[in-house]
Design a binder for this molecule. Structure first.
Ligand SMILES: [Fe+2]
Length: 298
């Protein structure tokens, strides 16, 4: 893993490349103040235990249930005296594996079973029944540093961002300022709420953007965040064109506008990518029927 100092109190932490490549890690933030907090400190299965041992956090925060952000939750929960926070809207996802898998909306039993097996045996996910809920509007008071919890739902039902107003630093988590752009592939994602969340983050007027998969962004933060909407508009344009041609969701999905030809992935990954493509197409079709991305009130 790698540590990048942002200020005398803030450290950006990045997992090793192997964890990033296999959906087993995400970048996070360490805040060293009167109390030490770690937000999304999932440095992957190999490095998270030593990382937690070194930092000895008082507070750990999981931003949303997606496994690259949540698989370290049970390790964080074992730190002596720690308070583990998870989003209020996703408390049950992280306490109950059956609920986690069910909410992903997999189309058949076989796929649900192999997903559950990978989550538990491949990723090492364990339920955390005693986590403390954190909700938009709550404040993490760590001493001199106050972190506001900002609603960034849409990517997932409880997806959160974290705002340090005095420094104008925004940890935007998975809002989508990386190469792929915004992701809304599980059944519980909501494109309409996602658009509102992007605008909510834009309006904070951050100076520095901390991201889960796209590094630190200091230049043109507003433009970079608005770029998430541009990616969505691009997808909307091609999907709207297909709808005008009379195509249905299944046929549009098969065209692979978002992921390309999913048969390049080995089974069972190919089925997962097709499912994510279909869910994202379905969300666009839903939004297009009410005027599209630019008609969403915010
Ligand atoms: Fe995510």
């Amino acid at each position: 893993m790698k540590r990048v100092s942002i200020s005398d109190r803030l450290v950006y932490v990045l997992p090793p490349r192997s964890a990033r490549a296999s959906f087993l890690g995400c970048s996070g933030l360490v805040v060293r103040d009167a109390r030490t907090a770690i937000i999304d400190g999932n440095m992957g299965p190999d490095e998270t235990p030593a990382f937690l041992e070194a930092e000895k956090p008082d507070v750990c925060v999981v931003s949303h249930f997606h496994v690259d952000h949540s698989r370290w939750a049970h390790e964080a929960a074992q730190v002596p005296g720690v308070v583990l926070h998870v989003p209020r809207a996703e408390l049950r996802y992280l306490a109950d594996m059956d609920h986690f898998v069910e909410r992903c909306g997999l189309p058949d039993e076989d796929m649900a079973r192999s997903w559950r097996t990978w989550l538990t045996q491949g990723a090492g996910l364990r339920p955390v029944p005693d986590a403390v809920p954190l909700a938009p509007g709550d404040v993490l008071d760590l001493g001199a540093t106050r972190i506001d919890v900002v609603d960034a739902k849409g990517h997932s039902p409880g997806h959160q961002a974290y705002w340090i107003a005095k420094d104008r630093i925004l940890f935007c988590v998975d809002i989508g300022v990386d190469g792929f752009g915004p992701w809304y592939g599980w059944r519980d994602a909501d494109l309409l709420e996602y658009v509102r969340s992007i605008w909510r983050l834009v309006e904070l007027d951050a100076r520095l953007l901390v991201t889960s998969h796209g590094g630190l962004i200091e230049k043109d933060v507003r433009t970079v965040l608005l770029g998430c909407l541009d990616v969505m508009r691009g997808r909307e344009t091609v999907i709207a064109h297909d709808l005008d041609e009379g195509l249905d969701v299944e046929t549009i999905t098969a065209r692979g506008h978002i992921y390309g030809d999913t048969s390049r992935f080995p089974p069972p990954l190919d089925a997962a990518y097709r499912l994510w493509e279909e869910n994202m197409v379905r969300e666009h079709v839903r939004i297009i029927s009410t005027g599209g991305i630019d008609a969403v009130d915010h």
